[in-house]
Design a protein around this ligand. Structure first.
Ligand code: HEM
Length: 578
């Protein structure tokens, strides 16, 4: 009997289960034994399989670890104090300070370990920077995670270059179109509204520089994205507050690998993000309504034209409301969903978030520098007077004829970058540089902006001082700009301002406030023109001063180092004609 029932292949089990009832007792015993055997064998097989799979994965990880360690060995850097690397040192100290010391000791390329499997490489040498920022096209997850957690999936601010390139191209083309078509980058209404906001807050004697910069940036970006509908939107103030609250905590919550759903604060943050999404949807609706209304009124005008001129309707070129709506409302293109997994308004919120924070930072830096350098303000104002007296009505050309204003914007951006680091990564391939250095795939490559943009070898002995003249030259032969004398240096500013020529910093790899290469800022040209328009308008009406007690504050004197002169002061907008 036992020989017949032996074996627990699935076929045997089926045969035994369907046998006749004659040998009922023997069979039921046998059934349970065979089933038990079968279950034990299946469980064993499953355990073996899992063990082999886990071993393969672990071996893979160990191989990866050795590969990473052997490649990283060639890179200079402080020895790792423990298996967890330098993460403790990084959490204890400011990362820029740590990188400053490491670069001083180990040279222009330095490695630090963030964990056993996560390597960070910091690069400070301008010659290497260009190559790295062009070749490393991806970003590490943290950037994308902050945006995704707050606004859902977007196709603009995410880690893989493959996923962002189409949307980047679209946005760049759209911004270029605005620059090319519009006489003024920010519509006059937006600038007036921003200046109007300054007037409103001037009811108080002085204003917080950061706060006023935030208002200005928010108004400008809102008007650009949502058009006229934004100016009349009653919820703009609450939207601004929410956006800033979300911005404050975004990086903190994104630093968790797994969303910390056990923390109450996390759910509070999620509720804020949800409110922000609802408000964004609201302004999008308002914008749609506004676009429809304006295209309807245009069609009405067309009908009236037809009636008054008596031309038959078929001879009048039909206008397409849909196209007009798309052209007048910038957000439409950002709103189109290319990928069904994408949050419909994710890109809009991403652009508002990034644009507002970075633009506010730049405006604050400019306000702070101008307040502490009244002589530069006066020179920009005379530049403005010369331009306004001229016959040129093209706004863009007028701004191009204000080199000191543009140089002030560049210098303020150099001294106060929007973030401390540029971060890049090559997710799939090792980065092999011309110098023979290999940076392993998956490494977090960072560029410490403050160190690069204040390096005396690139910017001279006054690298940490505010000196917009470093971006200017003087044309030696009047209008002949081919013969220029650079104004970088201590005695800059003594020349007559009318002959200044702006040195375009685009090619300077040590000038990185907007990044460089594959993932550089798409909004660079647009925002520089826009901020220049705003300041031309502001300076025509107001003189920017420091509040009297901070004027005497030695920390804020124009001779102190730029790092001390952060724009966290109280400023006063004094009307020019008063
Ligand atoms: C003063 C204002 C701004 C500053 C200082 C700034 C700065 C930056 C920086 C440093 C980067 C990363 C560059 C890199 O990794 O090489 C960046 C990326 C980007 N910026 Fe800006 N930005 C500003 C305004 C804007 C505005 C107004 C827009 C859109 C209208 C915009 C759109 C973008 C986009 C789409 C990216 C690329 C994201 C990616 O590919 O990952 N920026 N910006």
């Amino acid at each position: 009997m036992s020989s017949k029932c032996d074996g627990t292949t699935p076929l045997n089990i089926i045969v035994i289960l369907f046998r006749s009832e004659s040998s009922h007792n023997c069979i039921s015993e046998e059934k349970s034994r065979i089933l038990g055997d079968f279950v034990t064998r299946e469980v064993n097989a499953f355990l073996w399989f899992s063990l082999i799979a886990i071993t393969v994965v672990l071996i893979g990880k160990v191989v990866e670890l050795f590969r990473l360690w052997s490649k990283a060995k060639q890179l200079p850097g402080p020895p790792s104090p423990s298996f967890c690397g330098h993460s403790k040192a990084i959490s204890r100290r400011n990362l820029t300070d740590l990188l400053y010391d490491s670069h001083k000791r180990y040279g222009p390329v330095v490695k630090l370990w963030l964990g056993p499997m996560q390597l960070l490489v910091s690069v400070k040498e301008p010659a290497l920077l260009k190559e790295i920022l062009v070749k490393a096209e991806d970003k590490l997850l943290l950037t994308g995670r902050a945006f995704r957690l707050a606004f859902g999936r977007s196709s603009l601010f995410t880690s893989s270059f493959e996923k962002v390139q189409n949307r980047r191209r679209w946005l760049a083309e759209k911004l270029d179109e605005i620059l090319f078509q519009r006489a003024d980058v920010f519509p006059a209404k937006a600038v007036d509204c921003s200046v109007g906001r300054v007037q409103d807050i001037m009811i108080e004697e002085s204003v917080d520089c950061n706060k006023v910069s935030q208002h200005l940036a928010f108004t400008l970006l809102g008007c650009t994205l949502f058009g006229d509908a934004f100016l009349g939107w009653s919820k703009a103030t609450i939207y601004e507050e929410l956006l800033m609250m979300v911005a404050k905590d975004a990086s903190f919550w994104a630093s968790y690998r797994v969303a910390p759903f056990w923390k109450q604060g996390f759910w509070r943050y999620q509720r804020l993000c949800m409110k922000l999404k609802c408000l964004t949807q609201d302004i999008v609706q308002q914008c749609r309504k506004h676009c429809k209304l304006s295209s309807r009124s245009q069609n009405q005008n067309l009908q009236n034209e037809i009636k008054s001129t008596g031309v038959e309707a078929e001879f009048v070129i039909p206008r397409c409301p849909a196209t007009e709506m798309r052209n007048s409302c910038f957000f439409y293109g950002l709103h189109d969903q290319v990928n069904p997994n994408e949050e419909p308004i994710g890109n809009i919120m991403g652009v508002m978030f990034h644009g507002c924070l970075t633009t506010a930072n730049l405006i604050a830096s400019i306000l702070g520098r101008l307040a502490t350098n009244p002589e530069i303000q006066e020179k920009i104002n005379s530049e403005l007077n010369i331009v306004q007296q001229g016959s040129v009505k093209d706004h863009q050309k007028n701004i191009d004829n204000m080199p000191l204003l543009l140089a002030t914007i560049y210098e303020s951006a150099r001294l106060l970058p929007a973030g401390p680091l540029l971060q890049r990564c090559s997710l799939k391939q090792d980065l092999v540089l011309q110098t023979g250095i290999t940076i392993p795939a998956g490494t977090l490559v960072v560029v410490p902006l403050k160190l690069v943009q204040m390096e005396s070898s690139s910017w001279g002995s006054d690298a940490d001082k505010f000196n917009p003249y470093r971006f200017l030259s003087v044309a030696c032969n009047g209008a002949d700009t081919s013969q220029r004398t650079s104004l970088a240096g201590e005695n800059a500013g003594d020349e007559g301002e009318s002959s200044f020529v702006l040195n375009d910093p685009t090619g300077n790899v040590a000038f990185l406030p907007f990044g460089f290469g594959a993932r550089s800022c798409v909004g660079r040209k647009f925002i520089i023109q826009g901020v220049a328009t705003l300041f031309a308008s502001l300076l025509a009406n107001y003189e920017i001063k420091l509040q009297s007690e901070s004027k005497n504050d030695s920390k804020l004197s124009s001779n102190t180092s730029a790092s001390q002169m952060l724009p966290n002061s109280k400023i006063v907008f004094a009307r020019r004609n008063s």
